[in-house]
Design a protein around this ligand. Structure first.
Ligand SMILES: C[S@@+](CC[C@H](N)C(=O)[O-])C[C@H]1O[C@@H](n2cnc3c(N)ncnc32)[C@H](O)[C@@H]1O
Length: 426
């Protein structure tokens, strides 16, 4: 979240999104002036505002109609791989190597941030949060972080480290001293600053169609000043696109928004686990959420309820599950067992050995009442086991800093999802 200094006094107001306060700090005012000086025009009156529910976001001062353009950012105010290729720092990269859009933007951001007021982007960079709430920014480990979450964080940390090493390995003349600060390039591109930039790109970049003529960069990302102040809700309905004839990137609302409400966009169909790891927050009742199951979870429960159903795993059935990709990501959702989980339970409990018949049942989902009963019996125990597991996680988890409370919020959301799922198995 933006923790910039020198706040001016401003009134606290309240609305749909709880308490809010329009941000009127010097940095934000300078950002708006810089955008205007460089050809940006307001489409509607959106104000950077601090909301008690989400932190800084954008509030509309007027009622918005369906189809209103929320924001239009001229191309030349987007930071893209093209911007990087035109910069002096690009000369110091080995051009025989491939770079991806995420890492090249992070690399550029580290450079421009270090230039401070000498950077064209200074008014933008100056409003970026210095401290992020994402797990890569935690300074202390929480106590009893569930293993599946720590594995995801590890994955994210490894990608960031890989990108950083990739760059360090391909900066030609690392010892070159910068004219601006007299530091060597490998000191400027230190891991701490790279983590910040990598997370800024991860949490704020937008997708654009891949730019042409960038033979060594796979690129479809851009940083978009001001536009990146929109917060996310899964239910937001907006349309975002490049408008080549107007040399701009625009976002349009597909629904009306009331005066003084926060205007949201949707970052993608992200689960709460993805939001937690990549963005450092979760949303309530996220329809994209699911709790992962393993084949072992399902197998164990079927063994437990052997009096209800027997485990009927033959070589052919195993081959069938594999061939049809059914073991990949079975899960529990608010709607009950997902189709893959239902199919596995059915296949492992059914007496049917004819694979063709199993296939037609699984793909049509035309089960008899007894078969549904058997699936639900196993399903309810599977869900209850997960509820017990997540209750333990909640009881044992101890945050050691504020941002880690997002983990608790996530685990509680999982428990809500599981209780809805249990209802569907009854
Ligand atoms: C693109 S930025 C949005 C602007 C950002 N809030 C700011 O102050 O600069 C994405 C970050 O905003 C925050 N965010 C976005 N949507 C949110 C939400 N619904 N609830 C809480 N935080 C949210 C998260 O910290 C996320 O990493």
């Amino acid at each position: 979240m933006g923790r910039t200094g020198r706040k001016r006094k401003s009134k606290k107001l309240s609305g749909e999104d709880g308490l809010y306060k329009v941000v009127r700090d010097t940095e934000t005012i300078e950002l708006m002036q810089w955008l205007t000086r460089n050809g940006w025009k307001k489409e509607v009156t959106l104000y950077p505002t601090e909301f008690s529910t989400t932190g800084r976001g954008l509030m509309t001062k007027t009622a918005l109609k369906k189809g209103d353009i929320l924001v239009k950012i001229p191309f030349h105010l987007l930071i893209t791989a093209h911007t990087v290729c035109k910069s002096e720092i690009y000369d110091y990269l080995d051009k025989n190597v491939k770079y991806d859009g995420h890492e090249i933007l992070a690399f550029y951001l580290v450079w421009e941030r270090h230039l401070n007021k000498d950077s064209f982007w200074y008014p933008y960079i100056n409003t970026l949060p210095q401290q992020l709430s994402t797990p890569l920014f935690w300074s202390k480990e929480p106590v009893n972080l569930p293993k599946f979450i720590s594995e995801e964080i590890e994955g994210s940390r490894n990608s960031m480290k890989e990108s950083h090493n990739h760059f360090l390995n391909h900066i030609v003349c690392k010892q070159k001293v910068c004219d601006h600060c007299k530091l060597a390039l490998d000191e400027i591109f230190n891991e701490k600053d790279f983590i910040w930039a990598w997370c800024i790109v991860n949490t704020r970049a937008i997708y654009i169609p891949p730019e042409k003529d960038l033979h060594n960069i796979s690129n479809s990302l851009a940083l978009a000043p001001f536009l990146d102040l929109f917060n996310h809700v899964p239910s937001a309905q907006v349309e975002a696109m490049l408008i080549p004839t107007e040399n701009s990137y625009q976002v349009k609302t597909l629904v009306p928004v009331s005066k003084y409400d926060q205007v949201f966009i949707e970052y993608g169909a992200h689960s709460n686990l993805k939001l937690l790891i990549d963005y450092g927050f979760t949303v309530p009742n996220n329809q994209h959420d699911a709790i992962a199951l393993s084949l072992d979870d399902i197998y164990e429960v079927i063994k437990q309820v052997a009096q209800v159903s027997r485990v009927n795993m033959s070589q052919e059935k195993y081959k069938f599950l594999k061939q049809h990709n059914l073991m990949k990501k079975p899960c529990l959702t608010r709607e009950g067992l997902c189709w893959k989980a239902m199919s596995i339970v059915f296949i492992l409990t059914s007496e049917i050995t004819n694979i063709k018949l199993l296939e037609s049942k699984v793909y049509s989902s035309l089960y008899t009442p007894d078969e549904i009963n058997a699936i639900n019996t196993v399903g309810a125990i599977l869900v209850q086991n997960k509820i017990d597991e997540f209750k333990k996680h909640v009881a044992l988890f101890v945050p050691t800093e504020d941002d880690q409370n997002a983990v608790l919020a996530y685990l509680k959301e999982c428990l809500d999802l599981l209780s809805e799922c249990l209802e569907k198995c009854k």
